[in-house]
Design a binder for this molecule. Structure first.
Ligand code: GLU
Length: 278
């Protein structure tokens, strides 16, 4: 099609503006940061099999795969995703401040958190457990944790559960991240690390920890992993639709095998969207 010069100049002037308007109205995502062509996703950086930033700057794990699938359904290619670390204690704030569009970070749905953020899902059911040194025979049941040095992460349901029900007499040490707890367990600063079995299985299976740690197998709680979104966000329904599709088309199963298979983690079947197991 031939355009007159003046028309072309006008069109060129309008283009950047039109582009911006189109991107703004695209899909309700991309609110975090200035770049509307990107979507910002909060993940864990120190959980092999779930959310891990590798030394060469790659992102791997079940949550990373699930988030990438969701982003695709929302219209974003992998290179349009900006990953941001979402430590356990920072997740609600990141969403409330609009620093991330959604969070996929071993994020359990519970009533306390629901006061501040909304959740799509659940998309995985895990259970709280303990990781102890392989040669330690003194922790064989949950009550053995009383008077032991137990490490957990600030802002996690795992730390909360220890205080309220699992072992109120345990000497709970709360660290900022799971890798710090793991170092503490290795060098005997703590006797056990407690969090979800899905996370602990990933640690125990790492090359450098082969034969060093074992899981208790206690099933101390139900942890329903949800995708965190800002309160009232229209992303919730879109993400639920993406999660339904992911289970239906076999991708969920494939991601589970790929990410949990190497650690031998025996996962539960896919949860029903909107049904939280208490
Ligand atoms: N799923 C638990 C939680 O949301 C423990 C794992 C974590 O801290 O991310 O708190």
């Amino acid at each position: 099609m031939k355009l007159r010069k003046a028309t072309m100049a006008a069109a060129a002037l309008l283009l950047p503006l039109t582009g911006t308007v189109a991107a703004c109205g695209s899909d309700g995502g991309g609110q975090a940061g200035d770049d509307k062509d990107k979507i910002t996703v909060g993940i864990k950086y120190d959980q092999p099999g779930i959310g891990l930033k590798t030394p060469d700057g790659k992102y791997t794990g079940f949550d990373v795969d699930v988030a990438t699938y969701i982003a695709k359904q929302l219209g974003y290619k992998p290179d349009q995703i900006v990953w941001k670390e979402a430590k356990s204690a920072d997740r609600e704030t990141l969403l409330q401040r609009g620093d991330v569009d959604f969070i996929a970070a071993s994020y359990s749905i519970n009533d306390e958190r629901r006061k501040k953020v909304d959740f799509a899902g659940p998309y995985l059911l895990a259970h709280q457990d303990v990781l102890v040194r392989a040669d330690d025979g003194s922790i064989t049941k949950p009550s053995d944790l009383n008077n032991k040095k137990l490490c957990s992460v600030t802002g996690s349901t795992s730390a909360q559960n220890v205080k309220t029900k699992i072992a109120p007499q345990a000497q709970l040490q709360e660290y900022g991240g799971y890798s710090e707890c793991l170092t503490g367990l290795e060098n005997k600063a703590v006797d056990a690390l407690t969090t979800d079995d899905s996370i602990l299985a990933g640690y125990a299976a790492q090359d450098q920890f082969q034969g060093k740690f074992k899981l208790g197998g206690f099933k101390l709680s139900n942890e329903n992993y949800g995708i965190g979104v800002p309160k009232g966000s229209e992303l919730k329904n879109k993400i639920n639709a993406a999660l339904e599709k992911m289970v239906k088309d076999g991708t969920w199963e494939a991601y589970v095998k790929k990410n949990f298979g190497p650690a031998g983690y025996r996962n539960e079947p896919p949860p029903k969207i909107g049904v939280v197991v208490s």
